[in-house]
Write a protein that binds this ligand. Structure first.
Ligand code: BDR
Ligand code: CA
Length: 316
């Protein structure tokens, strides 16, 4: 089977972790590198979580530490959603491989340069690493097939009324990436808040019966608390959508749109502004997800978890 080389870039984060569960489970993907970024928690914490998730799932690609802060914005973290560790809840295995000696941008560039096929980047955190890759290694652009992101929202935000967390965290990075001229896919809050895991789904996840399913059930049990307190029906498990847009496009409705990033607005900094009217000067730069089949999403999660049947690692 022709595999697609991919780089996972995230700030785990419960939903980043579940995104990587999907990515590792799909036999069409060849994970070439995993890089961490500051976002849901400090980079030190997201890097530790990245390494533990790789040990849990059996991802043996090199792991590199990425950006410790946004390009110019003041860093914020989302401990209210993800806890003090950034991945509170079930116990995790110890990391089983050393960190790459390369910085994330250099590892990403190496993977892309050495690949005989275009590499896909799946970015589920702030876009700092990807933007820095464009700045430090602009020559690799031509061998990036696609950047699939969870970020933004075409109608609303979550961190503030107009901006979603990943874009709000580093709007300058997002601006650079959205204008890089590389094919992009965007799953914003419009679909990811519909990618809801309900309390009643947790038993179904756990009943898959393997170790990874047990951990994922535990992650959802932690991750569901805060959103339910503030009025969601369950846990919006955002980040896997950026994986599923590539592997299961049939569960989404999409539209090619021109999307720009607001960098100035007093109330709107970090907003993703889409031109739904298709003005001639605004050539579409992003394939945007507009709707998702939630029931299929849960079915696919259960199916992905079965890929880990028989896998058992030591948990501390
Ligand atoms: C995004 O922000 C983070 O808290 C999640 O991991 C997700 O990537 C949702 O706004
Ligand atoms: Ca994330």
């Amino acid at each position: 089977m022709e595999k697609i080389p991919i780089i996972l870039d995230g700030d785990p984060g419960h939903d980043d972790a579940i995104a990587w569960v999907f990515a590792k489970a799909d036999p069409r993907f060849d994970i070439k590198a995993v890089v961490s970024v500051a976002g849901n928690q400090t980079n030190e914490k997201t890097t530790r979580n990245t390494r533990a998730i790789c040990a849990l799932l059996g991802i043996d690609a090199p792991v590199a530490r990425g950006a410790v802060r946004p390009i110019t914005a003041d860093p914020v973290t989302a401990g209210n959603w993800h806890g003090d560790s950034g991945l509170d809840g079930p116990k995790m295995p110890e990391p089983d491989q050393e960190l790459s000696p390369l910085a994330a941008v250099d590892l990403m560039a190496k993977v892309i340069e050495e690949s005989d096929k275009p590499v896909t980047i799946i970015a589920t955190g702030p876009l700092t690493n990807v933007a820095e890759l464009m700045i430090v290694h602009p020559e690799v652009k031509n061998n990036i097939g696609c950047i699939s992101i969870m970020g933004g929202g075409l109608t609303h935000g979550n961190w503030c009324p107009a901006a979603e967390f990943n874009i709000f965290e580093d709007p300058e990075a997002a601006h650079l990436v959205f204008h890089a001229g590389i094919p992009m896919m965007m799953c914003g809050l419009d679909v990811t808040e519909k990618a809801i895991v309900l309390p009643s789904d947790i038993d179904r996840i756990r009943s898959v019966g393997n170790q990874v399913a047990e951990v994922v059930a535990g992650w959802v049990e932690f991750f569901i608390r805060y959103p339910m307190e503030i009025g969601y029906a369950g846990a919006p498990v955002h980040d896997p959508c950026a994986v599923l847009m590539l592997t299961h496009p049939e569960i989404f409705e999409t539209k090619d749109l021109y999307v720009d990033i607001e960098l100035e607005g007093e109330y709107t900094r970090g907003a993703t502004v889409a031109d739904f009217n298709g003005r001639p000067e605004n050539k579409p730069n992003v394939k945007c997800a507009l709707a998702i089949d939630r029931d299929k999403y849960i079915d696919l999660l259960v199916e992905a978890l079965h890929a880990y049947d028989g896998r058992e690692v030591k948990i501390r």
